[in-house]
Design a protein around this ligand. Sequence first.
Ligand SMILES: [Zn+2]
Length: 347
Amino acid sequence: MPDLREVGRRSVPAFPRTLLEFQRLFPDEGTCAVHLEAVRWPGGFVCHHCYWSGEPWRPKRQATVLRCAACRCDTALTAGTIMHRTKTPLQVWFWGVYLVTTQTPGMSALQFQRQLGVKRYETTFQMLHKLRAAMVRPDRDRIGGRWPVEVDETYVGGKTRGEGRGVHHKTLVVGAVEVRESSASRTRTTVRRRNVYAGRLRFQVIPDRQGETLRPFVAAAVEPGSAVTTDGWVGYEGLAALGYRHEAVVIAGDQEVTDNSLPMIHLVFSNFKTWLQGTHHGVSPRHLQAYLNEYVFRFNRRFYPMTAFNSVLGIGVRIEAPTYEDLYRGEWCHPKLTEAAEVASTG
Ligand SMILES: [Zn+2]
């Protein structure tokens, strides 16, 4: 176990590669607290009250509290993180982050509840939503650049749990994916005979297919100057004027032409829908963006699953999590999106 007094000034420790290693690294609250402290204050503890920096006191029997040696105020390790005011042990959170970031299909709240022996379904439901909120990098880059990008929309929906048979909610989703050339044997998603695979991905729930909706999505998701392939839908007109090398394929409802022209984004849509049905058995439209975020996060890190863990913890300590009420009203907006809306409204 690392020395508590030194860890604050160390870089974040390497992450375990197996379940067994994970279990050995994080056997109790204390070891989780040490890791969290290292992620939150990589340069050493800074007091939230007086901004004093240095080695804090560590009250006994309170693994998640640090006490400032100058002003003697307490700082909770979880304050301002996705675990803020949590009654759930850190260890359960750590298992949660590990399981949702490293298991290829992710995990439903029900599976999670059973595997960790958590009493209430609501507890794990909220935990997973908070973890999903941490799965969007606030400062993420636009995709494309040297790689061409395919953009298309699809309807996502189906039976929703608890609403009986035959109730369908179709929600429109737009996606953009890089088409990368493979040089190594790492290729997992080969499309036909071309040696290509899917690079980075972006998904967003949209209200309609109008140009006023689709063009801003492309502008926010794709690097200007990139080659962008879409179908011939009028909503994509004007991308060239925004600086893209735009290729619009006239499909005219022909499925075969569609699959030949936009194979990667269609494959991604299809895999996403399989995952949504298989793991989560469909979700309500108001929560769909959170599931899109989770899918995109794992998809973009699928070659480096272990880095996803620290990424969720590392991001999670810098953003405010949605509250219980926010989750149920479906009104919670990621800080990045709120910021964008404020910029838009102020000109
Ligand atoms: Zn202080």
